[in-house]
Write a protein that binds this ligand. Structure first.
Ligand code: HEM
Length: 143
């Protein structure tokens, strides 16, 4: 398993390969929702906790939106499009100050979660590769 974090130049938008649909098939929607929920719980205790909702109700909504997106990008039901419209994720992240250091914290929280999933390595790798590359699109601040 290779959970290395790619480094990019500020402003780069590297080409993204979407995760294998098998990731959703094997993990199931419920598994994706639990993975995302656990990730947010780690973020809420991390050094970038200031970025995320503090109120439980709002945190639950954030978990739902992100899960909807990940289910959709893995070839599942288009919950995100139905509930929120076109993803345009870089734009949706624009109100938050996201540095490349914040991206690393975000990704490291995912490493913790993915390391504990009982899934074939190639499926985890496919999902990780997606996060590793696409997360850089959300970086919008040099400091
Ligand atoms: C593959 C990378 C990422 C994906 C797919 C992703 C996905 C999402 C989605 C779907 C939302 C909800 C947007 C909405 O419905 O309005 C969201 C919100 C948010 N994301 Fe990301 N994100 C990624 C990376 C990051 C990174 C690297 C950070 C910061 C370090 C971040 C911070 C936030 C914040 C602060 C919000 C708003 C609060 C919330 O709804 O959680 N995201 N993200």
């Amino acid at each position: 398993m290779d959970f290395s974090i790619n480094q990019y130049e500020f402003g780069q938008r590297p080409a993204v390969t979407i995760p294998s649909p098998e990731f959703l098939k094997i993990l199931t929607e419920e598994g994706i929702r639990k993975m995302v929920s656990d990730h947010y719980d780690l973020l809420s205790k991390s050094e970038i906790k200031h970025l995320f909702p503090r109120i439980d109700e709002q945190l639950d909504k954030a978990k739902q939106r992100s899960s909807d997106f990940f289910i959709q990008i893995c070839g599942g039901h288009p919950y995100f499009n139905e509930n929120r419209g076109k993803p345009m994720l870089a734009k949706r992240h624009a109100p938050f100050t996201i540095t490349s250091e914040a991206r690393e914290v975000w990704l490291k929280c995912y490493i913790q979660i993915l390391s504990n999933l009982d899934l074939q390595e190639e499926l985890l790798q496919s999902f990780w590769n997606y996060l590793n590359v696409f997360s850089f699109w959300m970086v919008n601040s040099k400091k």
